[in-house]
Ligand binder design. Structure first.
Ligand SMILES: Cc1cc2nc3c(=O)[nH]c(=O)nc-3n(C[C@H](O)[C@H](O)[C@H](O)COP(=O)(O)OP(=O)(O)OC[C@H]3O[C@@H](n4cnc5c(N)ncnc54)[C@H](O)[C@@H]3O)c2cc1C
Length: 436
């Protein structure tokens, strides 16, 4: 019987959830077959892991081995006429856009970080800032290839029941080994971004709703610290593809994409130190005030920005999650139906103040309904809330998450496993008796 490797520490992106597991890192399909066989021989069910960018415990295995899929990352083919790329499940969105942009293509759905794998993205069925127009990544996957328990590789096309059992099925045992994804043709690697502030929640929701049909990308950065009349005030960014003028660069090179990332005058190590010193403290309140105030002073304005700079703002400062050690941080993303959104989100914002734990970073998005059996997205809004975990706030935070669960049950909302660190998905599924 083959031995499994020595155990090592495996963490969720929020650093709050940890498992100590034997970790297997296949670099080929044969390696993966051998890894699965070794787990089976020992009677241990492995958990699959992409780049480990889920905030909580989705790609951890307290009970056994973890198989990291990032070694299966080759691009097997690209059809310039259809835009369909076939790539190993371990390829990251970062490597994919670097391949795609010089050819005039862009992934149809990208997450707030480029460091997720295709396999992890399909297993969670991730969404982007264009959730209203483009849905989730599964809507753009032509087929997936999975490795069955006997080592065979089977291709499954979208539109079948078997496919519905893969997209969004983060618990699935059979690894996704290849994804055929239809990329989007872009005339320009740039976006026209419009930025403006909204004074309260009602105005924020109305602004996102009004923008959703005219703009491809719609997102609100909410300041959760304000109360009263300013509750839910936000800085809103909407964006559409930039129409290239004669003689203007197309932004189709990797260098042009990266050139638009501006970190400000301070070097990354200083920024990380600043974040470490302030991440769990009241300073975050002032950062939120400063962000809102500077956007308010500028007023509604437009600027051109590369797709990379707009899409992956959270990647500007590599390793920023490390600033949250030792306690780590959690993210809770509430999905609420449109009709119930204002009342539910007012409640969610107030609950934070009542419990004395206020989110340092809050992102609001507009979504369309995902009718697939494992869909979590709905016709409504999602609010993703980041909370540092400290010795002082851990139990209040757990109480807040349970209160969010109750709120979602009451309003017909949903939570999202990619962000769940506290078992909310299990509690909600148990209470509803149905959804995964
Ligand atoms: C900064 C940041 C921003 C984010 N922004 C967004 C966002 O805008 N929208 C969004 O939807 N999500 C977002 N996420 C969450 C992230 O996109 C998802 O958690 C995604 O699943 C992570 O991909 P991964 O490759 O890291 O997979 P992991 O986190 O390692 O795994 C995720 C799940 O997929 C399974 N899995 C992984 N690979 C395979 C495979 N090959 N076959 C079968 N199952 C597999 C794992 O078992 C696990 O259940 C963000 C995360 C971060 C850290």
């Amino acid at each position: 019987m083959s031995a499994l490797p020595a155990r090592e520490r495996v963490e969720g992106f929020g650093l709050y959830n940890v498992s100590v597991s034997p970790v297997l890192r296949p670099a080929s399909l044969d390696d993966l077959r051998a890894a699965l066989a070794a787990c089976t021989a020992r009677g241990e069910a492995p958990v699959l892991r992409g780049a480990g960018r889920s905030y909580g415990d989705a790609s951890l295995n307290p009970a056994g081995p973890v198989i990291v899929m990032t070694g299966l990352n080759a691009i097997a083919g690209f059809d310039e006429t259809t835009g369909v790329v076939r790539a190993g499940a371990g390829l990251t969105l970062g490597a994919l856009w670097e391949f795609a942009i010089p050819r005039g293509f862009w992934p149809p759905v990208v997450t707030g970080t480029m460091h997720v794998t295709l396999g992890g993205a399909v297993a969670m069925n991730v969404h982007g800032k264009n959730g209203w127009k483009k849905g989730t990544i599964g809507d753009h996957v032509e087929s997936v290839s999975v490795m069955k328990s006997d080592g065979r590789v089977e291709e499954i096309s979208r539109g079948t029941r078997a496919f519905d059992d893969v997209a969004g099925n983060w618990r699935r045992a059979d690894p996704i080994v290849e994804v055929a994804l239809k990329l989007k043709k872009v005339a320009s690697g740039y976006l026209d971004v419009e930025a403006f502030v909204t004074p309260n929640l009602s105005a924020t929701l109305a602004a996102l709703d009004a923008a959703k049909d005219d703009w491809d990308y719609v997102v609100g950065w909410m300041d959760c610290w304000t109360t009263g009349k300013s509750l839910g005030r936000s800085v809103v960014h909407v964006a559409n593809e930039h129409a290239v003028q004669e003689g203007e660069p197309r932004g189709w090179s990797v260098a042009e994409q990266l050139a638009d990332i501006h970190m400000g005058p301070l070097p990354a190590p200083i920024l990380l130190l600043g974040l470490r010193l302030s991440a769990s403290g009241p300073q975050m309140r002032f950062l939120n005030i400063a962000k809102y105030a500077s956007a308010a002073v500028r007023g509604r304005h437009r600027y051109r920005q590369s797709l990379v700079a707009y899409s992956f703002l959270l990647d500007y400062l590599p390793g920023w999650n490390e600033a949250y050690r030792p306690g780590g941080f959690i993210q809770y993303q509430l999905f609420v139906p449109r009709e119930a959104a204002e009342a539910a989100l007012v409640r969610a914002l107030r609950l934070q103040h009542e419990r004395g734990v206020v989110s340092a970073l809050a992102v609001l998005k507009r979504h369309r309904d995902d009718p697939s059996p494992r869909g979590y997205a709905l016709d409504g809004f999602s609010l993703a809330l980041d909370f540092p975990v400290t010795r002082g706030n851990a139990s209040r935070l757990a109480g807040l998450c349970r209160a969010f669960d109750a709120l979602l049950l009451e309003c017909g909302g949903r939570a999202y496993k990619a962000k769940d660190c506290v078992g909310s998905i299990e509690r909600l599924a148990g209470a509803r008796g149905a959804r995964p």
